[in-house]
Design a protein around this ligand. Structure first.
Ligand code: TMP
Length: 223
């Protein structure tokens, strides 16, 4: 019988990227690989990740809510996050799991802090309230040029008839600020950011993601 590999203190992995970077597909590939290697994994997403978070996600992403105030938007992202931290992330880490989260506070820094010009300081004050000192061990950032990414995202929205388009529908200037802020953040938080070129094939990107994550697994593992 195979034993589950336990990670000392857990391992908190987050995925970040602009629209159409292939982030969710790559996250799924990583989760499958981790499970195949014998790790216990908790997969989650922001906004969402819990039953309460999913209700908040509907408000945030519904294209009908174009009147949502920027500060109300910011607080809703953190409301979803506080629930996720309490219900999924901290318990998962406490149980020695790899907790893999599709977006986290870095998204708020770049979309609300930079995209909406609300500022990093305000975002980090709310982070302290919602998450305490919690910080991802590794953040995989999938970088893609804006035009390719937005075209992919719009195609996906059309194909799935998604009404979760409120954020994708922002102006090109907004998305430009978001990508510049990600690159800036990645340069300032080198200890945890792993920037991966998302323009390669799915297999190439998956291999790069695994290479970025594997060393952190090895250093924390105890069977
Ligand atoms: P996704 O399913 O493509 O990741 O969509 C989530 C959208 O929400 C995406 O456009 C980014 C946006 N977002 C923020 O603006 N702030 C946040 O804090 C988070 C987590 C997501």
């Amino acid at each position: 019988m195979s034993t589950t590999k336990v990670l000392r203190g857990g391992l908190f992995l987050t995925f970040e990227g602009t629209e159409g970077s292939g982030k969710t597909t790559q996250l799924e590939r990583l989760v499958a690989r981790l499970e195949a290697e014998g790790y216990s994994v908790a997969r989650t997403v922001e906004p969402g990740g819990t039953e309460i978070g999913r209700q908040i996600r509907r408000i945030l992403l519904d294209a009908k809510n174009s009147g949502l105030d920027a500060t109300a938007e910011l607080l809703l992202y953190f409301a979803s996050r506080a629930q996720n931290v309490a219900e999924v992330i901290r318990p998962g880490l406490g149980a020695g799991r790899a907790v893999v989260c599709d977006r986290f506070t870095d998204s708020t820094l770049v979309y609300q802090g930079a995209g909406r010009n609300l500022g990093a300081e305000t975002v980090m004050q709310l982070h302290a309230i919602a998450c305490g000192e919690l910080e991802p061990h590794i953040t995989v950032y999938l970088d893609i040029d804006l035009e390719t990414g937005l075209a992919r995202a719009r195609e996906r929205n059309r194909a799935t008839a998604s009404d979760e388009t409120r954020m994708d529908d922002q102006t090109i200037d907004f998305h430009r600020r978001v990508r510049a802020a990600y690159l800036d953040l990645a340069a300032r938080a080198r200890h945890r950011f792993r920037v991966i070129d998302a323009s390669g094939t799915m297999d190439e990107v998956a291999a790069a993601v695994w290479s970025a994550v594997e060393p952190a697994l090895e250093s924390r593992q105890h069977v």
